[in-house]
Design a protein around this ligand. Structure first.
Ligand SMILES: C[S@@+](CC[C@H](N)C(=O)[O-])C[C@H]1O[C@@H](n2cnc3c(N)ncnc32)[C@H](O)[C@@H]1O
Length: 226
């Protein structure tokens, strides 16, 4: 065997995206930055798909535009120079994926970082846009104060999502120190993802105790607060 079995936050997110996105799909990059994720998404959606890419910073949008142009992929993307909290106003189609890579622009101004208040609005919008089987991936960087606050708030917010509608995974390396990047993956439960390998949190269970993804037990799902 070669390579690492356990992948970093970003690669885990990419693996989920590769499985969730089909050619022709519409998807969102909520934090375009230098365009690496936007380019990855443009390849996955193919010629007939569309990537909506948001960033607050003009320099990030420009950097993404140049990257896509050089890769011959610019016609697959709509670049939107505004905060992702306006996502619902700009994206009307159902999407199969929304990607968040939180924090600041590498090599850029560290004071322009994602913040929980606007991240929350965008995650809420993303949940509303997601089609059954679709995923939201969120890479969080708790190595700085706002990043740690975002991580904690995300855990609280995502933990409370109705497990009949969404499966939610958090991946972190327990021995990597408190600032290590983390990956959250939310999948909307739907016909396409109710096979035997799916976690048993969702969908068709009416009440009683049900197992969660880690083998634990919830109380009656009907009593759970969404
Ligand atoms: C870690 S970088 C993203 C990296 C990028 N995905 C890539 O592949 O290069 C985070 C980006 O989020 C952007 N950002 C911060 N707040 C934002 C907001 N409210 N809406 C959209 N983008 C935001 C920053 O400007 C920065 O470019």
């Amino acid at each position: 065997m070669s390579g690492y079995l356990l992948k970093s936050a970003r690669y885990l997110a990419q693996e989920a995206l590769e499985r969730a996105i089909l050619p022709g799909d519409h998807v969102v990059d909520a934090t375009a930055g230098n365009g690496h994720d936007t380019e990855f998404l443009c390849r996955l959606v193919g010629e007939s798909g569309r990537v909506y890419a948001f960033d607050l910073q003009e320099s990030a949008i420009e950097s993404t535009r140049v990257r896509l142009m050089n890769a011959g992929l610019l016609d697959r993307a709509t670049l939107i120079h505004t905060g992702h909290e306006a996502m619902a106003e700009h994206v009307r189609a159902e999407v199969s994926a929304v990607v968040f890579n939180l924090g600041w622009l590498p090599g850029g101004d560290h004071t322009v970082t994602t913040r929980w208040e606007t991240t929350r609005t965008a995650v809420e919008a993303a949940l509303g846009l997601l089609k059954p089987g679709g995923v939201i991936t969120i890479c969080a960087y708790p190595g700085h104060d706002e990043g740690e606050r975002e991580r904690q708030e995300l855990i609280a917010y995502l933990s409370a999502l109705d497990n009949r509608q969404y499966n939610v995974l958090e991946q972190r390396f327990l021995n990597a120190g408190s600032g290590a990047p983390e990956c959250f993956i939310v999948q909307k439960i739907g016909k396409g993802n109710t096979d035997e390998s799916a976690p048993s949190t969702g969908g068709d269970r009416e009440s009683q105790e049900v197992g969660n993804a880690s083998g634990g037990k919830h109380k009656s799902v009907e009593n759970r607060t969404p």
